[in-house]
Design a protein around this ligand. Sequence first.
Ligand code: MEV
Length: 424
Amino acid sequence: MTADFRHFYQKNWAERTAIVAQQAHLTPAEQALFKQYYLPQHHEIIENYLTDYPLPMGLAVNLVVDGVDHIVPMVTEEPSVIAAASNGAKIVKRAGGFTTVLNQREMIGQIVLEQLSDPAATAAVIEAHAAALLKVADAAHPSLKKRGGGARRLRTRVLGQGYLSIDLFVDVQAAMGANMLNSMLEAVAKSIGVMTKQDALLSILSNYATASLVKAICDIPVGLLQAGRYAGKLVAQKIASASTVAQLDPYRATTHNKGIMNGIDAVAIASGNDWRALESGAHAYAVKDGQYRGMSTWTSDGRMLHGELELPLPVGIVGGSIKINELAQLNQRILGIQTAGDLERIMVAIGLAQNLAALRALVTTGIQQGHMHLQLKSLAMAAGATPEELPVILQRLELASQQDLATTQQLIAELRQTKEETDD
Ligand code: MEV
């Protein structure tokens, strides 16, 4: 029988769990998982809250950014991400670390008008009143101005087909600023409505944060890149070639960029930031000239390998979801950051470190060799191996002709059987 989901959001937690248990035929042991990861305060965050969903959090080490050593908390379910980030960072540390460039940190929001017979004329009226509109924006969030931030400028863009975008640039200080910006935009949209007799189609922050760009750079003596039988100079050359391929081919660029975002997203989650916002902005920036390309570039002159990664990274260190997440706050302390800009610099550097480790593995031994041990470990855990059984199971798995769940379960069963016999 289908459970009754009417007014589901009004049900209390016990009712909700009972309904889902009925619908999905859950055993008491399965239902106990809801309780195990349950945090009452999370009812305030999302609707229809059931339980938390745990993800592993670990630390990447060796990351030197602008001369400062950082330990980097990362949240990820992918076994090789932290190992790769630490590995890439270690190579760059030996070369003196990453340098970063952050010139500006403003968020952009847009108000879109539609069905304009003369969008350029409307734009001219709005621009003529820019100073007054910036005041309206600031009045919608006075505390921001007190903290040294506030609305900075206004830009208009004629989009075609009668649409006009009015872009508001705001210094959001330590926050990511989505809520602040949205209130400011709605206030400005109202004033524009009075001024132009046009109702806005929509007013919302843009995740294409081109006024919050941050760049990481590294220069690595090729000797530091040597991998097994591959000389450092050759590895550098191959990394540069892999970078060229990512510039030429969207199929490769997508995977190249996924590797970069492996690192950035993991830090975004650990620091309480909205990783979807970063993802959408980063990928839009990767297609800024009309073709989707690798976000990073690597070049080599035979002596040094030069790497660069520039991305929009509109992150915050204060704000709603960070305030209620104790771990996010703790992670900021572990990161040793004071400003949102500091976090951006670390994130872009971790992205480049991640990318370096992936490319170095790909162009030499291949990605599987490095990943294998970690993947086998995940497999053994998924098959139910206990921490005590892990070392033996891993040894046996490495020698096994098939490395799948069924084989692993078989190996665990055999190990337990032998143990029982020896215990008897
Ligand atoms: C896997 O999560 C990431 C890589 O595929 C990145 C890359 O190919 O550059 C290894």
